[in-house]
Design a protein around this ligand. Sequence first.
Ligand SMILES: [Zn+2]
Ligand SMILES: [Zn+2]
Length: 275
Amino acid sequence: MKTKITILGSGTSTGVPLLGCSCAVCTSDNPKNKRLRTSFFLQTKKGNHILIDATPDLRTQLLRANIKNVDQTIITHDHADHVHGIDDLRPFCFGPPPRSLPVYTHKECHKALIERFPYIFEKDYFNENRPVLGGGIPRLHINEVNSDGEDVDINGDNFQFHLLPHGHHKSMGIIHGRIGIFIDCSTIPTPVVKKLNGLSLDLLIIDCVNNGKHKTHLTTETAFELIKRISPKKALLIHMGHRLEHNQLEELCRDEFKDSSIDVSVTYDTMHIEV
Ligand SMILES: [Zn+2]
Ligand SMILES: [Zn+2]
């Protein structure tokens, strides 16, 4: 039995192509250069169907991947490209019987979600004077998780979460068994790097928005350095912007890691991985 991961989207906040842009990547015919916003669908060995992040492309992504059910959702942080598709979770609550869907996130993001979506998360938003009419609202309930790396149980599956620097925000890195998912961060703090190294990861999925330096994201330069320090069996880059061409980035990974035992490559939308 393996953990199955579907990459629902591999692009940065704008998606690729970038609206209005006619650069070589945005006009490329290679389907691997067409990137919806970054999110995943995880089928765990215990049979949970877990969505990671609810992008503005969520409905399209779930239809394209033929996903019929979501049991739980993990939200890494409250940036628009990771939460503004949250209303698309509504059909999974319809039933029959109608059900409420658990959402797992950290304290800061919980607060932001209530402010951003009061009609979903604010307890007293609807009342006798203002009942829910029409198609209803997503019946989501938030579970605030420990984000200092302690064990968190999600319906029998073990996860650990770590808060990571991400501009003015914090984003959550995810560990599930020997899989590390670190999709949106400017760095990974040294104690977390050491922990990941000690876990002998089978798979690390890691942010890589561009070349050079970036204030809120990892780049080829910084992601490559972290991959070497973490030393997983396999690493996959994600959250790419329109300056990174898929095949060229694959080549760059091959060159950089030609003398290493780490297999490094690049995610693309609809990619399926079993670990
Ligand atoms: Zn993002
Ligand atoms: Zn972000």
